[in-house]
Ligand binder design. Structure first.
Ligand SMILES: [Zn+2]
Ligand SMILES: [Zn+2]
Ligand SMILES: [Zn+2]
Length: 321
């Protein structure tokens, strides 16, 4: 099992990188841990590959092949050494019946990507979050898919370090979740959006509130990691956009209506059609039909005070003459 060995080594080196005093090794901690997870997944795909080619399922391009006796086997096409990327791992696990909580994996992948591309310094909170979340994925996968005790696989030193980071993170996270659930978020969209709140200063997802009752944009939040106080107003637009991301993407590619738009009242990107109002300022559509021609009015036509784009245009023209 060379991949399995490499996976474990990569995770162990990642933890050593994290513990190092050298600031430059923080990023490599993230890279090593993440590639450790991918290697574990690839090892599983090798595990499940047919006996005639134990690396078949990690090959990018697999094609059916018929020999002269009519036997069908699958073969990797081309000489390329390239192996499966994340989406292919997901597809193959799904057709092979390997169950993974991809939401957590996707979160890790997104933060990793943000760290690589958007941050000038590597934020400590984000690294801790990645390590804590990776730990859960790694230990469950080793235990369920390779039937090994994760502490034996990772070694005591690595295990204890990850456990410590994960315990601190998880217990703080629990406090955060409890405090945010004391707010009445009123809308389905915000129920989901509140789980995506991140600190605008350090991007930690350990966010608490001392407020109770119905939410507002003034709802005060505080970051458990860096202590930064901020209001819901600072993050609402970003959170709503993230909740609606998949629907927006489908609308964009398949040509449907976007699920949320800029509110004509407050200019935030938080007018959610499903909720029929703006989640930041409460604005509701005032004019539903054109008073002249009866056609339905869009959000962008609301400022004509009851006329559609076309009728307003005709009226303006008439007034000019
Ligand atoms: Zn913070
Ligand atoms: Zn608004
Ligand atoms: Zn009209």
């Amino acid at each position: 099992m060379p991949l399995y060995k490499n996976a474990i080594a990569s995770i162990q080196i990642g933890v050593e990188d994290y513990l190092s005093a050298d600031e430059r090794r923080k990023l490599s901690a993230v890279r090593n841990i993440f590639s450790g997870i991918l290697l574990l997944y690839k090892e599983k795909l090798c595990d499940l590959s047919p006996a005639y080619d134990k690396e078949l399922f990690i090959k990018i391009d697999i094609r059916p092949h018929r020999d002269k006796d009519g036997n069908i086997t699958y073969r990797a096409a081309g000489k390329s050494k390239k192996t499966v990327h994340v989406q292919q791992i997901k597809d193959r696990f799904s057709s092979l019946g390997v169950k993974i909580d991809w939401t957590v994996f996707d979160q890790i992948n997104k933060i990793r990507n943000d760290i690589e591309h958007y941050y000038t310094t590597t934020p400590e909170a984000a690294i801790k979050e990645i390590l804590a979340k990776s730990f859960v994925i790694i230990k469950d996968f080793i235990y369920h898919e390779f039937l090994e005790e994760p502490i034996d696989a990772l070694g005591e030193a690595c295990w204890n370090e990850l456990l410590k980071i994960s315990d601190v993170y998880e217990s703080e996270k629990k406090l955060c979740v409890t405090s945010l659930s004391k707010i009445d978020w009123k809308y389905k969209t915000l129920e989901k959006a509140k789980d995506l709140i991140r600190c605008p200063a350090c991007s930690s997802d350990l966010i608490k509130t001392d407020d109770t009752g119905e939410y507002s944009i003034a709802t005060s939040l505080i970051c458990s990691t860096c202590g930064n106080p901020f209001s819901f107003e600072e993050v609402i637009s970003e959170c709503v956009t993230e909740v609606m991301y998949a629907d927006s993407y489908i609308a964009m590619t398949d040509g449907g209506d976007p699920p949320h738009e800029i509110c004509p009242e407050c200019d935030e990107d938080t007018f959610v059609f499903e909720e029929e109002c703006c989640l930041a300022c409460g604005y509701e559509i005032a004019h539903h039909e054109c008073m002249r021609c009866g056609c339905g009015l869009s959000l962008g036509e609301q400022h004509f005070e009851g006329f559609c784009d076309y009728c307003q245009h005709m009226y303006d023209k008439m007034m000019d003459e």
